[in-house]
Design a protein around this ligand. Structure first.
Ligand code: PLP
Length: 312
């Protein structure tokens, strides 16, 4: 597995933004000072859309693709951005520049915003843009990735596509959060949900892949079109690993998969080596997972899909 270390922080504690920076109501503030109005529907209705892009070694990853997905989802939610795509890109650069971080987790958020007091009509809300950057966030730390995670396969449904499009990157996470609690109760490190057909869907902040007979499968419907998922499929093409965008059941995954892994902006390609106490394959990160993990990080180190942060 690829060795992952964070850059030495060139910064010092005197920089008020070194723990992170936020952009709220047109101003940059240290992350600890970022506040939202209580009545913003992003908070009281979960009516929000976000996108999260990472910075590694001073480079954004797939920044343009993240902005495209963010604006697609703003349109789908019938929101209107108060800022242009170029303005938002500038804000994201400005956040990372202020923090001085070389490895960062950068989130842009559009909330429905505030309506006139008492209005229940979403059309009367003034949509609000905010963003922040904090040090890079791991779903599994590098040392956990060497071993692989244990995962609980919950029978809870992920919000069905018929209710809310899974392509929206929203904050309806109670299905995930409760499945995580179920998992922690069973001594598992993470958890995933199923779709309305009972097949494996996705988990809190990640897409799921399983290897059957040497081919990688990942569900296509009922899940976010994750940027890392897209990246993994590109790497499969490059490494000549066969893959299919196809669903599989929890039973198939638990009894027949030789490898299972997760993909996420928060950690890349993450092996899962046991499912509800049962080993996957050899119980160690498998060869396909390791090759994809290695390729993902080594290509990122050399500037693949990179936009350099404007630090000056
Ligand atoms: N699925 C869900 C529900 C997510 O929230 C995320 C990321 O936050 C992902 C999948 C992975 O997407 P990406 O690779 O774009 O980080």
């Amino acid at each position: 597995m690829f060795e992952l270390t964070l850059s030495d922080c060139a910064d010092n504690n005197e920089n008020a933004f070194s723990k992170g920076a936020a952009f709220i109501d047109g101003e940059f503030v240290p992350i600890s000072e970022a506040k939202l109005p209580l009545l913003d529907w992003g908070f009281i209705r979960g009516d929000a859309n976000q996108d999260t892009v990472s910075v590694w070694r001073g480079n954004f990853f797939r920044l343009e693709d993240h902005l495209t997905r963010f604006f697609r989802n703003i349109d789908d939610l019938r929101m209107v951005s108060p800022y242009s795509r170029e303005d938002i890109a500038d804000v994201l650069h400005g956040l990372v520049r202020r923090s001085g971080l070389r490895e960062a987790y950068v989130q842009m958020i559009m909330t429905r915003g505030l309506p006139p007091i008492g209005s229940r009509d979403p059309r009367t809300c003034v949509n609000r843009f905010q963003a922040y950057c904090i040090p890079y966030v791991w779903i599994a730390r590098p040392e956990q990735q060497m071993e692989g995670l244990s995962m609980h396969v919950s029978n809870r449904w992920r919000v069905p596509a018929q209710s809310v499009s899974p392509r929206l990157k929203h904050y309806h996470w109670l299905d995930f959060e409760m499945s995580l609690f179920d998992g922690y109760d069973r001594d598992q490190q993470t958890a995933c949900c199923v779709n309305e057909r009972g097949n494996v869907a996705e988990g809190p902040g990640f897409n799921i892949f399983a290897v059957f007979d040497g081919a990688v499968l990942t569900p296509e419907n009922g899940v976010l079109d994750g940027m890392t998922r897209r990246t993994v499929l590109e790497l499969c093409d490059e490494l000549k690993v066969p893959y299919k965008r196809e669903e599989f059941s929890p039973d198939q995954m638990c009894s027949e998969a030789t490898e299972v892994f997760l993909s996420t902006t928060s950690g890349g390609v993450i092996p899962v080596t046991s499912l509800d106490g049962q080993s996957v394959g050899s119980g160690k990160p498998g060869p396909i997972t390791s090759a994809l993990h290695e390729a993902y990080w080594s290509k990122r180190e050399t500037g693949w899909h990179a936009t350099p942060v404007a630090y000056q």
